[in-house]
Design a protein around this ligand. Structure first.
Ligand SMILES: Nc1ncnc2c1ncn2[C@@H]1O[C@H](COP(=O)(O)OP(=O)(O)OP(=O)(O)O)[C@@H](O)[C@H]1O
Ligand SMILES: [Mg+2]
Length: 241
């Protein structure tokens, strides 16, 4: 008797053979990765290996990209950035991009809503109470941690279901890193899908389901978070920690 074919759900995002350039400089060399609905997946790797560039390629803001980035069955490569954001992807860049002459509240309300089911300002305040306390403060007055919370908070309002977070813990005090970790785990519980760029491998292992190791513009290894303890030596070698 023939075995029934198991039902295969296609991933939320599938990236195949992604090549990327800044001008003449070729920095992505065939990135392959996939992200399932509801997963938290990291891109781990040293400085300059192409993590941010991968996120920029997804958002359509790289000079030139080739290959394939399929999101919910639709090819994104070649679409204008605005259409990509509207398909339900929220980008939290490494430099955070908070407007210093706007208040926390104004920054929070700035991005256009792209889909249903975005979080209300009240819900974002529950997730990040600091943003509620600081809602009338200007961007310039915020600490690094508050800026990071605001940069994440403002994409939660838009209804985006896939969140791209670029090194959200970079330069932050351990207690703030912990708060960001709690928020990411809560967002996963709420059904968000997250692609997280990290160099902090301890933080990554505390929030993620799966990790991709990036070197030289390619994925060179994939590690399930359940196997992280047995793979830790090799991971540390990859990351040079
Ligand atoms: N605007 C740019 N113009 C030219 N080259 C760039 C530009 N931005 C990045 N690069 C180069 O592209 C490569 C990949 O950079 P990318 O920013 O993706 O690295 P990363 O993995 O995010 O590193 P980091 O951990 O430092 O953020 C690096 O060699 C970098 O110097
Ligand atoms: Mg980067």
């Amino acid at each position: 008797m023939r075995e029934p074919i198991p039902e295969q759900r296609s991933p939320m995002m599938e990236i195949r053979g992604l090549e990327g350039w800044y001008g003449e400089s070729h920095v992505l060399h065939g990135m392959n990765l996939s992200i399932g609905e509801g997963e938290v997946v990291t891109l781990l790797g040293r400085n300059g290996v192409g993590k941010t560039t991968t996120l920029r390629a997804i958002m359509g803001i790289l000079d030139r990209a080739e290959g394939s980035i399929v999101f919910r069955g639709r090819e994104l490569l070649g679409l204008p950035p605005e259409r990509i954001a509207r398909s339900g992807i929220g980008y939290c860049p490494e430099e955070r991009g908070i407007f210093s002459d706007l208040t926390v509240e104004e920054n929070l309300l700035l991005l256009p809503v792209v889909g249903q089911g975005g979080m209300s300002v009240e819900q974002i305040h529950t997730l990040f109470p600091n943003l509620k306390e600081r809602r009338s403060s200007y961007g310039t007055k915020l600490s690094g941690g508050e800026q990071q919370m605001l940069a994440i908070g403002r994409i939660l309002r838009t209804g985006a279901k896939l969140l791209l977070l670029d090194e959200p813990t970079e330069g932050l005090a351990p207690v703030i890193v912990q708060q960001i970790g709690v928020a990411i785990r809560l967002l996963k519980q709420k059904g968000f899908t997250i692609l997280l760029v990290e160099q902090n491998f301890h933080f990554a292992s505390s929030v993620a389901d799966r990790h991709y190791v990036v070197e030289g513009g390619q994925v060179v290894d994939e590690v399930d978070n359940a196997d992280i303890a047995v793979r830790s030596q090799q991971l540390q070698a990859y990351l040079g920690v």
